[in-house]
Write a protein that binds this ligand. Structure first.
Ligand code: SF4
Ligand code: SF4
Length: 251
């Protein structure tokens, strides 16, 4: 497959949802990559509003996986810094909160919150910033004109402008100088029936520090955990109905 064809496939996959990743072990014997259906889209099924992908971070345990999570995201998606912290991409960044009343220190990851009502989509003049039916918010690099309105509209500062020429990019995570990017919730993995790279990396080190799944499925681990614990959204007062929740933020 040529580079252009790969790019077109990736774009189509982002817009519509790609086919499942199926590994043939032997004739007639296949291995479907991915965990239980409530934690991943059943391979081959189209993107649907029946699903709402979400993340739950256990802040009380996150510090032990913080560096691992950033490294996993960087490796998976091919973004890197250039020694310019103010403008370097950080699809996920670790933020430390100090509570002056209690002295408590908490570390949490801040990435695109995959809002149900995303202002970054509302302000985009070309439609490049868009929300999929399953709640994943993305940027179509082919029609992003780099105006950066979405960066200004996002209240969480999680979108980044690519200033430098991009080398060594991953075919599944296309990037481009002059365009805007942010966490894709590892949509290429979701479309292959897998979970985000950060979630898998965190689980290897501290199971349960990050839970991923379908918020609309009452039987999913994430829906049960969100219902069972006090799970907060950042700046819930804005009414953006994000897909990312934090447990232990207030305790
Ligand atoms: S967190 Fe920011 S970039 Fe992500 S969907 Fe919400 S407004 Fe858009
Ligand atoms: S979901 Fe994927 S893109 Fe988003 S922070 Fe995690 S590893 Fe990075």
């Amino acid at each position: 497959m040529t580079g252009a064809a790969t790019m077109e496939l990736t774009r189509r996959a982002l817009l519509q949802g790609a086919a499942a990743t199926v590994v043939a072990l032997a004739p007639g014997v296949t291995l479907l990559l991915g965990p239980a259906p409530s934690e991943a889209r059943a391979p081959g099924t189209p993107v649907s509003a029946k699903t709402r992908w979400g993340l739950l971070v256990d802040v009380s345990r996150y510090a032990e996986v913080a560096d691992t999570v950033v490294e996993a995201c960087r490796t998976e998606n091919g973004w890197t810094g250039h020694g310019r912290p103010l403008t370097d991409p950080q699809w996920v960044r670790n933020v430390t909160l100090n509570d002056p009343r209690t002295g408590a220190v908490r570390t949490l990851p801040v990435m695109c919150q995959h809002c149900e009502h995303p202002p970054c989509v509302d302000v985009c003049p070309t439609g490049a910033s868009f929300r999929r039916a399953d709640g994943v918010v993305l940027v179509d690099k082919h029609i992003c004109i780099g105006c950066r309105y979405c960066m200004m509209a996002c209240p969480f500062g999680v979108r980044f402008f690519v200033h430098e020429n991009v080398t060594g990019q991953k075919p599944h995570a296309p990037r481009g100088k002059g365009t805007v990017e942010s966490c894709t919730l590892c949509v290429h993995r979701l479309d292959a029936g897998r979970r985000p790279a950060c979630v898998e990396a965190a689980e290897r080190k501290s199971p349960g520090a990050m839970i991923f799944g379908d918020l609309n499925d009452p039987n999913s681990e994430i829906a049960r955990a969100v219902g069972r614990h006090v799970a907060l959204r950042l700046r819930a007062d804005l009414g953006l109905d994000q897909g990312v929740f934090y447990k232990g933020l207030n305790g």
